[in-house]
Design a protein around this ligand. Structure first.
Ligand SMILES: NC(=O)C1=CN([C@@H]2O[C@H](COP(=O)(O)OP(=O)(O)OC[C@H]3O[C@@H](n4cnc5c(N)ncnc54)[C@H](O)[C@@H]3O)[C@@H](O)[C@H]2O)C=CC1
Ligand SMILES: CC(C)c1ccc(C(=O)O)c(O)c1O
Length: 253
């Protein structure tokens, strides 16, 4: 698929990896539809994409709400006329051990609300946006690509029952959608990042950060641009489908 003049929607496009992917694609002439909950962040991201040389529009939408998602993709088709790609990137963390205990004394458990919040956004949100994007592409006669952003945590990470389950789920959707949608000219792939340098990691205590980096074989965190270039590769290579690219500096949790 050519990136120039394609229309690609990115959830969680207001900041972090979503914004980095949006700017990278915009610099290659892709028209970007940025979906997020945060209006100010969206305004900044849209301005950055326009400065990078392409068209960009923002959409306030909670990816976990079916009605929001349906309205948003309807608006994207109305605004741009086409849809050729979706990056399912919006995600949240609510980390906690399932049961935290010391000497038979249970101190804390993961609340159902912590479990549900992450499943709603990171798994149901991916399903809703993937379903809506595929529906619009098929009805509109557009060929396209769906990318699910997973995580190294999909293999199972301590303190992340909710997050690991959701990321394993969105990883499993990749081959399902690749098979179901191939007949409509739609490919589906995933990216599983390791630790990437973002505002969140910048705010971590230096000693915690140092210890974490020491465990990464490449001895550094990834850069958001390294995730963005993996996304561009997937869009541009028409024989990539049904697989997940791991961009993690060789780290295994
Ligand atoms: N930063 C990292 O090191 C890694 C990130 N990831 C994944 O990459 C993706 C992006 O992560 P970051 O950029 O670090 O996160 P971030 O927190 O910086 O950005 C996430 C964006 O998603 C938006 N968002 C959250 N809930 C939403 C909802 N219900 N509807 C619409 N938008 C919503 C937020 O407003 C925010 O702009 C996530 O799926 C995350 O799980 C995976 C592995 C490592
Ligand atoms: C544990 C993994 C590598 C990880 C780390 C940080 C974030 C984040 O800041 O959003 C993630 O989403 C992760 O999957």
């Amino acid at each position: 698929m050519k990136l120039q003049d394609s229309v690609i929607a990115i959830t969680g496009g207001g900041q972090g990896l979503g914004r980095a992917m949006a700017e990278h694609l915009a610099s290659k002439g892709t028209k970007v539809a940025l979906i997020d909950l945060m209006p100010e962040k969206l305004d900044e991201a849209v301005a950055a994409c326009k400065a990078a040389g392409s068209e960009a529009k923002s959409y306030i939408c909670n990816v976990a709400k079916e009605e929001d998602v349906e309205k948003t993709f309807e608006a994207i088709i109305k605004d741009f006329g086409h849809l050729n790609g979706l990056i399912n990137n919006a995600g949240i963390l609510r980390d906690c051990l399932m049961v935290k205990a010391k000497e038979c004394k249970v101190e804390r458990r993961m609340e159902l609300s912590q479990w549900q919040a992450v499943i709603d956004v990171n798994l149901t949100g991916v399903f809703l946006c993937g379903r809506e994007a595929a529906t619009r592409m098929i009805k509109n006669g557009d060929q396209g690509v769906i990318i699910n952003i997973a995580s190294i945590s999909r293999a199972g990470n301590m303190g992340q029952s909710n997050y690991s389950a959701a990321k394993a789920g969105v990883s499993a959707l990749v081959p399902v959608w690749a098979r179901e949608l191939a007949r409509h000219g739609i490919r589906c792939a995933g990216i599983a990042p390791g630790f990437i340098e973002t505002e969140m990691t910048a705010s971590m205590k230096p000693e915690v950060l140092e210890k974490m980096i020491a465990g990464i074989p490449l001895k550094r965190m990834g850069q958001p641009e390294e995730i963005a270039s993996a996304a561009a590769f997937i869009f541009e290579n028409d024989y990539v489908s049904g697989r997940i690219i791991e961009v993690d500096g060789a780290l295994r949790l």
